[in-house]
Design a protein around this ligand. Structure first.
Ligand SMILES: *Cc1c(COP(=O)(O)O)cnc(C)c1O
Ligand SMILES: [Zn+2]
Length: 437
């Protein structure tokens, strides 16, 4: 019996593997993406039911982290004392009953990935990446001056928090003026070096890639497959929270496409190890203003061609040249997937409608909800199917947007569900009259 282990290898299948502690982000042979390959034979030492029982026991024993409760499947060789965690994962799978009945879904559940330390699913990947870096440094396998990322806001918040928790220096490259106030404040508060560049996310990404290629920084974007390993636990948690049943659909808002790839990585590993019996169908949900994958899907193209991403309220997915496009295309094929898009007013109304039923949806979750609704209306999703929408961030990071909707100041958005405050005199009669009317 060998113990579980994992190595980097080429996503396209070139020969050679590399230790997870090595600073390597592209295949040295073909320059393509890397993935983490697990020793599946070692993991087969346990049967599907045994893995389920182990994961369930850890969950009910309230393990401190959802990600590390699946450690053997994520980064098996990281010693426990190198783990940098904030108790990420184990987020609620919320049954959105009122919204489901309004929109005609048989069953609609929202995986609340935003209810976590820094308020987005990015924590799931960052705990793995920062833990591996910390371990690699302590064994002398890696010497980095700083961990760095380009970000639309949430990646930098997560990296800054985990870097600070580990005592590692962090540099973040942000497109100037394109992230919310809350997202900008997070890395500042954690002491990261915050560089605001006069470009968009894709421009920041190109620069940080070059810095990493020159060995000046360690790259924390999801081109680095360590992020995917943590994020794939969302798929495992969804199945686990449904009693190890797989939903019929998972709808996920996507920009750089790492998270779509992570869902597939999680579900396919669970299927391979006998923990679930099938894969769900995937809907990659994009903002119409930043929709390169949608265009490729409509054109039945095999590759995603870059576009210039226009401004969108869903600022975290304003990405025109998605790094993980090849991974996401593979996920789409294997999961019998579709790609859908949502306009600015569709996504804003989807948020408002969800909020009226007690959810509090960030704009990206709004994109996913709007896309799910369209698929339901067209009958692609049927009434008897169980649908999980992945909510990627806390809407508390996007107060400006909510206020703009309810004050009807958002461009391209009519805001039929706007609910603005009503000015009224400080007088009982005046207030009573308003309540009566
Ligand atoms: C990063 C992010 C996404 C998109 O994830 P990708 O892996 O880039 O596709 C969606 N929503 C939120 C809130 C994010 O922070
Ligand atoms: Zn290769």
């Amino acid at each position: 019996m060998t113990s579980p282990s994992a190595r980097f290898r080429c996503f396209r299948g070139c020969a050679g593997t590399f230790p997870l502690t090595q600073a390597i982000y592209r295949c040295p042979t073909c320059d393509g993406l890397l993935e983490v390959a697990h020793d599946m034979d070692a993991l087969r030492d346990k049967s599907g039911p045994e893995w389920r029982a182990l994961f369930d026991a850890r969950w009910s024993a309230s393990a401190r982290s959802g990600v590390w409760s699946k450690k053997e499947w994520v980064a098996p060789e990281i010693p426990d004392d190198a783990i940098v965690t904030t108790g990420e994962g184990m987020t609620p799978l919320y049954p959105a009953r009122r919204l489901a009945s309004e929109l005609g879904f048989g069953e609609l559940l929202v995986k609340q990935c935003g209810t976590t330390h820094t308020g987005s699913f990015k924590d799931l990947g960052m705990t793995v990446l920062v833990s591996v870096v910390k371990h690699a440094q302590s064994v002398g396998a890696l010497a980095v001056r700083a961990i760095a990322c380009a970000s639309t806001g949430d990646t930098s918040a997560a990296l800054a928090a985990y870097g600070a928790a580990a005592g590692l220096p962090v540099v973040v490259l942000l497109p100037r003026g394109m992230v919310s106030v809350a997202q900008l404040v997070q890395p500042l508060a954690h002491g990261a070096k915050v560089l605001a560049l006069e470009t968009d996310f894709d421009g920041c990404m190109a620069i940080v890639r070059e810095l990493a290629a020159r060995g000046l920084v360690y790259l924390a974007n999801s081109m680095n497959p360590l992020r995917i390993e943590g994020q794939k636990t969302v798929a495992l948690e969804i199945a686990q929270q449904l009693g190890w049943e797989v939903p019929d659909w998972v709808v996920i808002p996507s920009g750089n496409l790492g998270n779509s790839a992570a869902l597939y990585a999680g579900f396919s590993m669970a299927k391979e190890l006998g923990v679930v019996s099938r894969l769900p169908r995937l809907c990659v949900a994009q903002a119409a203003n930043a929709n390169p994958m949608y265009r490729a899907f409509v054109a039945k193209a095999d590759e995603v061609a870059p576009v210039a991403a226009k401004p969108t309220l869903a600022s975290a997915i304003r990405i025109g040249n998605p790094v993980s496009a090849p991974r996401a295309m593979a996920a789409l094929r294997a999961m019998n997937g579709v790609v859908e898009e949502a306009t600015e007013s569709e996504l804003a109304d989807a948020c408002a409608r969800a909020d009226r039923t007690g959810l509090y949806a960030c704009p990206h979750t709004g994109v996913a909800l709007a896309c799910a609704r369209k698929l339901r209306e067209r009958g692609v999703i049927t009434k008897d199917e169980r649908v999980v929408v992945v909510s990627t961030a806390s809407a508390l990071k996007f107060t400006e947007l909510k206020l703009g909707y309810h004050e009807r100041t958002l461009p391209d958005v009519d805001a039929p569900l706007a609910n603005a405050p009503i000015p009224v005199a400080a007088d009982v009669e005046a207030v009573a009259k308003l309540l009566a009317g």
